[in-house]
Design a protein around this ligand. Structure first.
Ligand SMILES: NC(=O)c1ccc[n+]([C@@H]2O[C@H](COP(=O)([O-])OP(=O)(O)OC[C@H]3O[C@@H](n4cnc5c(N)ncnc54)[C@H](O)[C@@H]3O)[C@@H](O)[C@H]2O)c1
Length: 342
C-alpha cells in the first residue's frame, strides 16, 4: 500500500488555513495542523473551524506526537511556530514532507498600533519555522505572503518581478521581510520555497476584521458601514476555494519541476473590482440597503490591487474563476448560518 504523505499546515485554525487543510485532506494527504489559537479575534471561531476539520478541541488540544497512531488524517497541535525546538520535533516525528505556512499576524490596520505582534509571529515565527524545515530537509515550503508587499508601486497589474521595497504598513514590511529571509534560506540550504502573494481573500469562515465580514454583520444589524477613500478603491478579490485549488495545483506542478529553489507567485483573480460594486453585491445577497459613511483613505492601505496572473497561469493552466456574486452569496449564507438570523 502506498504510504500517505504528511504535510504541515501552520495557521490551520485560521480562515485560509482551515480551507486549505480541508483541500489537502480531500486530496488524500495527512495533515498536521499547528496554530497557537491567539485571541487577535474570536477564539471560538477558530475552534469552530477546527471542528469543521472534525477535530474535537476539548481535552484533546495537544493531540501530540506520542499518542498519535499514525492513522488519523488530521492532527492538531496547539503551538506557537516561534518555538523552533518544538516545531522541529513536530516535523521530524510526523515525517513532514511539505509545509504550508499560513500562520501570521494578519491585518493591515492593526499593525499600525501593534507592530510587535507582527515582528513576533511573522518575522521571528517564520524564521524559526524555516530553521526547523531546514534541519529536517523538508522538501518544499509554501509561504503565505501578500499583495500588500507591492506597497507604493502604482503600475498595474502587479507582477512578481517588480521590486517590492516600498511597503506602506508594518504588516507589509513583515511580509516582504519573510520573503527575503525565505530567499536566503532557500539559497543557503537548498530549501525549496515558494512565496504565495495572496490578494484579498474572501468567502465563508472569513476573519471578523475583514471588510466583507464587517459589512455583512453591520448591514444585517442595520448599522452604518465605514467606507474609505470615498469608495474609490479596487481589490483583486480572490474566492477562498479558488485559492485552495490554485495552491493545490501549484504544489503538484512544483513537485514535477525540480529546478527552481525559490519562486514567487501572485495568487489572485487578475480582475480588480471596485469597492462600490463589492458592496452592491453584498446588498443584493442580503437584500438590504447599506448605510454608508464615507471616510478618507486609511494610512497603510493601497488604493488598488491588481494581480498579473500570467506566471501562475503558465504553471498550472487555466485559473478557477468563481463569480463574485456567487462567492459573496456563499459568504453571506455562512454568516447567517453561523451567527444566526437577526
Ligand atoms: N485573508 C487574506 O485576504 C490574506 C491576504 C493576503 C495574505 N494573507 C496571509 O494568509 C495567511 C492566512 O491568513 P488568514 O486570513 O487565514 O488569517 P487568520 O488570522 O485567520 O489565520 C492565521 C492563523 O495563524 C495563527 N497564528 C498567528 N500567529 C501564530 C503563531 N505565532 N504561531 C502559531 N499560530 C499562529 C492564528 O491563530 C490564526 O488562526 C496569513 O499569512 C496572511 O498574512 C491573507
Amino acid at each position: 500500500m502506498a504510504e500517505v504523505e504528511t504535510v504541515l499546515v501552520t495557521g490551520c485554525a485560521g480562515f485560509i488555513g482551515m480551507h486549505l487543510t480541508r483541500g489537502l485532506l480531500a486530496e488524500g494527504f495527512r495533515v498536521v495542523g499547528v496554530d497557537n489559537l491567539n485571541d487577535y479575534y474570536d477564539v471560538q471561531l477558530k475552534i469552530a473551524r477546527l471542528r469543521e476539520l472534525r477535530f474535537n478541541v476539548e481535552g484533546d488540544e495537544d493531540s501530540s506526537m506520542n499518542t498519535d497512531s499514525g492513522l488519523t488524517p488530521f492532527v492538531f497541535v496547539k503551538q506557537d511556530i516561534a518555538e523552533v525546538e518544538v516545531m522541529s520535533r513536530i516535523i521530524k516525528n510526523y515525517n513532514v514532507s511539505q509545509v504550508f505556512h499560513l500562520a501570521a499576524q494578519a491585518g493591515v490596520r492593526y499593525s499600525i498600533d501593534n507592530p510587535q505582534a507582527y515582528i513576533d509571529s511573522n518575522v521571528v515565527g517564520t524564521t524559526s519555522l524555516l530553521q526547523a524545515c531546514r534541519m529536517h530537509r523538508v522538501e518544499h515550503v509554501y509561504l503565505a505572503s501578500s499583495s500588500s508587499v507591492y506597497g507604493a508601486i502604482t503600475e498595474t497589474p502587479f507582477r512578481e518581478d517588480m521590486t517590492c521595497d516600498t511597503p506602506l504598513s508594518i504588516y507589509a514590511a513583515t511580509k516582504a521581510s519573510t520573503e527575503l529571509i525565505a530567499h536566503a534560506y532557500s539559497k543557503l540550504f537548498q530549501l525549496k520555497v515558494t512565496a504565495l502573494r495572496f490578494f484579498t481573500v474572501y468567502g465563508p469562515w472569513d476573519r471578523p476584521d475583514m471588510a466583507l465580514h464587517k459589512f455583512v454583520e453591520r448591514i444585517r444589524k442595520g448599522k452604518q458601514i465605514d467606507v474609505y477613500n470615498n469608495g474609490d478603491m479596487q481589490r483583486d478579490f480572490t474566492y477562498v476555494e479558488d485559492l485552495v485549488r490554485m495552491v493545490l495545483r501549484l504544489s503538484v506542478a512544483s513537485t514535477a519541476d525540480n529546478d527552481k529553489l525559490y519562486q514567487v507567485f501572485n495568487v489572485g483573480s487578475g480582475n480588480p473590482v471596485s469597492l462600490s460594486k463589492f458592496i452592491g453585491e453584498i446588498q443584493k445577497a442580503l437584500d438590504r440597503e447599506a448605510l454608508i459613511r464615507y471616510l478618507p483613505m486609511q494610512p497603510g492601505d493601497l488604493k488598488q490591487t491588481y494581480a498579473d496572473m500570467t506566471k501562475l497561469t503558465a504553471t498550472i493552466g487555466s485559473l478557477p474563476k468563481t463569480k463574485l456574486d456567487f462567492g459573496i452569496a456563499e459568504a453571506v449564507r455562512w454568516h447567517s448560518e453561523y451567527y444566526g438570523q437577526v
